[in-house]
Design a binder for this molecule. Structure first.
Ligand SMILES: [Zn+2]
Length: 239
């Protein structure tokens, strides 16, 4: 007679995005809930955010510092374990092997059960927004880092030499609109409040009504499933 050992419950997540503030726009309610439940959550920010300003007096160097400290404040409000800044140049991101390796390194280091990323395709579903190429590049590199790079022993022997053993991510959650999602996370009022505060930590980037937009967006997602507020994902189980 054999007995199967059940998988341990999930307790670690990683969110991979292009810019400081992307994760707070996309999945901060879910992240707030995970952190409140004691999960270890890490954000991986692929670019340095150096182009996100139309102020003629702002330099890229100043902006990198500003956005880094805004992201760290958002992390503090959410209760993140850590933020990895990969510092690829903003607006020039491609799903390169270098980026894939950097994300694989972060995956092996932090060993997430769940990895969250954006849609790797240009969706064109909105008539007022065409998408940002960095968002797609970060998502494509993140998916390729999950499978196969972080999992395979022989792909990057130098990562092994750094002491970073292969790691299998158990689920991938892609942030998608409710029409293509297969998983909805119901948000409590408390988590929604924390999510809005974390988004507003990105003072240089977000408009004054950002918190209301977060609430509206989550309310629209929730309607699909009869929930008051929800974030929507397409979940892939890789076990
Ligand atoms: Zn962005």
């Amino acid at each position: 007679m054999t007995s199967e050992t059940p998988d341990p419950p999930y307790s670690r997540a990683m969110v991979v995005v292009a810019h400081p503030d992307d994760a707070e726009w996309g999945c901060s309610g879910t992240v707030a809930g995970w952190c409140r439940s004691g999960w270890e959550v890490v954000h991986v920010i692929c670019t340095d955010g150096s182009k996100g300003s139309s102020d003629p007096d702002e330099t890229s160097e100043q902006l990198v510092e500003t956005r880094r400290s805004e992201q760290l404040e958002a992390a503090r409000l959410l209760g993140l374990k850590h933020v990895e800044f990969l510092d690829h140049p903003d607006s020039h991101l491609t799903p390169s092997l270098e980026l894939r390796k950097d994300i694989a390194r972060a995956i092996r280091k932090h060993k997430p059960d769940i990895l969250v990323c954006a849609n790797p395709n240009r969706s064109l579903s909105e008539s007022t927004y065409i998408g940002h190429p960095d968002h797609q590049a970060a998502a494509e590199a993140a998916l390729s880092a999950v499978f196969p790079t972080a999992r395979d022993r022989l792909t990057y022997p130098d990562l092994l030499e750094e002491g970073l053993l292969p790691h299998k991510v158990r689920e991938v959650w892609v942030m998608l609109g409710p029409e293509r999602a297969n998983h909805f996370v119901e948000l409590s009022e408390e988590d929604l409040e924390t999510a809005a505060k974390a988004l507003h930590a990105h003072v240089s980037q977000v408009p004054p009504d950002a918190g209301e937009r977060v609430r509206e967006w989550r309310s629209r997602n929730g309607k699909e499933k009869g929930l008051k507020y929800a974030e929507a994902f397409k979940v892939f189980s890789l076990r």
